[in-house]
Design a protein around this ligand. Structure first.
Ligand code: MRU
Length: 345
């Protein structure tokens, strides 16, 4: 699928072009962000989302901030304040801060140097995703005897969540390309429906057979033997392998552990945060109650109901069979140390 969630628009007023994911699957509309405030708003509304896509926006966003600063006469302090606001627009996916931090040392060298580095971040993401998908597919095919495979996934981890191809959905695409995929069980992913709105949209475009299921159907499907593996993405992976991902992930891992079904995390190395020793140190974004107690502006709970709305949860390393990255596969259940990445022969 050739869809691009994040693109760079070079011109007199440079901008980042985003496919507005809040409007999918009904409408394919783009928005252009030529200033920091518009970018932050797009990130917070989830017009652009998914950890690697946020990394791309963070990298290109620093260039946007520099161009805006030049137009509006910002001094260095103001420029760094605005870049800091962009870096903090969402707290859990480490790729956003990682990408901004990668740009910072180049800022004194000017626009061209920062843009060149941002383009490298963008290009590297697609390469990483394709590689980690191959390694993840190899790992799964070694562990799972059934052919073709039935895979369950959660949230959206495809082209829309990355620069291109995808992470967990990249593994799915790789299995499909090898003719070894039967069906994908797509969790709808409450409350914002990234699974049904976005993942099903991508799979349909690629002609990959799938069923959309309510999130609460997933543990039962795993225990009934309806899936051979669960593959999810990640927003931040701590040094010991504890993994923050879309809320609902940890329930899948618990069901997999009970049923003996492989539970696999697929993520580029830019999502690995070796500075955070374990999941306790990962900040979990809490989102607006309205996402839980209403849909499309219509109340789904009595007026005045309060909500608990963590956007992510943390799956402990002890429940994760494999983390596939472009540098190799780690098996946290056996050795909870992301530094123990296994380089393929
Ligand atoms: O809130 P979102 O939609 O940004 O959450 C996205 C996820 O949890 C993804 O699984 C994760 O970022 C990996 S995307 C390749």
């Amino acid at each position: 699928m050739a869809v691009r969630a994040v693109e760079w628009l070079d011109g007199a007023v440079p901008a980042v072009r985003l496919l507005d994911q809040t409007r999918l699957p009904d409408t394919e509309a783009h928005l252009e962000a030529a200033d920091v405030e518009t970018l932050i708003d797009a990130i917070r509304r989830l017009a652009v989302r998914g950890a690697p896509a946020l990394g791309a926006v963070g990298a290109l966003g620093v260039v946007v901030a520099m161009a805006q600063g030049a137009r509006e006469g910002w001094d260095d302090a103001r420029l760094h304040e605005e870049i800091g606001r962009l870096r903090a627009a969402r707290p859990t996916a480490v790729n956003l801060a990682w990408a901004v931090d990668r740009m910072l040392p180049l800022v004194p060298q000017g626009h061209a140097a920062v843009l060149a580095e941002a383009r490298r971040v963008v290009a590297e993401d697609e390469i990483a995703n394709r590689r980690l998908s191959q390694l993840g597919a190899d790992w799964l095919l070694e562990r799972c005897p059934r052919r073709p495979l039935r895979v369950l996934t959660h949230c959206n981890t495809g082209s829309l969540a990355t620069v291109a191809w995808g992470t967990a959905l990249g593994v799915v695409r790789e299995l499909h390309a090898r003719g070894l995929l039967e069906i994908v069980h797509v969790d709808e992913t409450r409350p914002l429906l990234q699974g049904s709105r976005l993942t099903a949209w991508e799979l349909q475009a690629d002609g990959i057979d799938h069923v959309v299921q309510v999130d609460s159907a997933a543990p039962g499907a795993i225990l009934r033997g309806l899936v051979d593996a669960v593959v999810i993405g990640a927003d931040r992976i701590a040094a010991n392998g504890d993994t923050a991902n879309k809320v609902g992930s940890v329930g899948l891992a618990l069901a997999c552990a009970d049923a003996g079904v492989p539970f696999v995390v697929a993520a580029p190395w830019s999502t690995v945060d070796l500075a955070t020793p374990d999941g306790a140190g990962i900040v979990i974004e809490e989102r607006d109650a309205a996402e839980v107690v209403s849909w499309g502006g219509v109340a789904t709970a009595p007026a005045g109901s309060r909500a608990f709305n963590p956007a992510f949860d943390v799956t402990p390393a002890r429940l994760i069979d494999a983390v596939t990255t472009e540098h190799g596969v780690v098996e946290p259940k056996i050795r909870p140390d992301m530094r123990a990445v296994h380089q393929p022969a």
